[in-house]
Design a binder for this molecule. Structure first.
Ligand code: NAI
Length: 261
């Protein structure tokens, strides 16, 4: 079992699910964010840290044996902000992990690394990346960096291309992209427990009817999503009109929007 699991971005939406849902996955959860976190409970440590600050990240990572790296700007933003949090922040984290001998990182990537593929195409881990936003490009950097650290140092990473992980799907796109918090947590547990993951790229999506992504190569994990967006379909389709032509791409609004700046 993992002794000390570091969770970055622990104050965010997924971080809160992870804090609650991963209790017992490790002797200690070290919870970190640049934002304020509520005080540590039993089996928890709180470390406030800006991922862009290299020495602070070195200290943050020391003593951990696995990392769930959620900390990032999680939406499209201007490049300078993404540069600090997502690019420099991820580099600092991998360097710190290398120095501290941390051998397993679960990196929260995004479906927006392939968001310029049209709806109707089924993608897998070998499909070319077609980022739909600067945010998507910043996550491509993290995926490539993790590959470099695997090839050079053997550090294992799972790049989780998360679809839309929220309590419920709330729009038509999410009927395809929804990842339930329960399925997310089950996936994280599998990735922590698997004896070997190597460098793995997979999509985080529940067992929805019209999924755009295939994870066949990751069957060995034994992760079988339990939830589906189907019970929400009727309400969503009643409320929301058919998507317009502007949303022909898997990335939805990200693909349709102008770049910032
Ligand atoms: P969120 O925006 O709710 O949480 C991200 C957290 O990272 C925030 O608490 C924020 O304070 C922290 N953070 C930002 N910059 C930081 C910095 N420089 N140093 C330290 N902490 C910093 O995002 P959410 O939804 O929890 O997503 C978590 C991760 O999963 C993100 O990396 C996001 O890109 C990724 N993701 C999430 C999806 C979702 O459906 N929720 C979909 C695809 C990817």
């Amino acid at each position: 079992m993992t002794t000390r699991l570091l969770i970055t971005g622990a104050a965010g939406g997924l971080g809160r699910y992870a804090r609650e849902g991963l209790k017992g996955c490790a002797d200690v959860l070290r919870l970190s964010d640049v934002a304020t976190l509520s005080p540590a409970g039993e089996g928890e440590e709180i470390v406030r840290c800006d991922l862009a600050e290299r020495e602070a990240v070195d200290q943050l990572v020391r003593g951990c044996d696995a990392i769930l790296h959620l900390g990032a700007i999680s939406v499209e933003s201007d490049f300078d902000a993404l540069l600090q949090a997502n690019i420099l922040g991820t580099y600092n984290l991998y360097e710190a992990a290398r120095k501290a001998g941390v051998n397993r990182i679960l990196f929260a990537s995004t479906n927006h690394v392939t968001g310029f593929h049209p709806i109707g195409e089924t993608l897998d881990h070998l499909s070319p990346r077609r980022p739909d936003s600067l945010y998507g490009v910043s996550k491509c950097f993290g995926e490539d960096l993790s590959r470099l650290y695997f090839d050079k140092y053997g550090m294992e990473t799972a790049c989780l291309r998360i679809g839309s992980c929220f309590a419920e799907p709330t729009n038509r796109r999410m009927l395809s992209t929804w990842l339930s918090p329960r399925d997310f947590l089950a996936l994280v547990r599998r990735l922590l427990d698997a004896p070997k993951i190597g460098h793995l790229v997979l999509y985080g999506v529940s067992a929805n009817r019209d999924v755009w992504w295939s994870n066949g190569h990751a069957d060995f994990l034994g992760w079988r999503p339990q939830d589906s967006s189907e019970p929400y379909r009727h309400e969503i389709e009643k409320r929301e009109e058919e998507p317009s032509d502007g949303v022909r791409y898997q990335g939805g609004r990200h693909a349709a929007a102008k770049l910032p700046g």
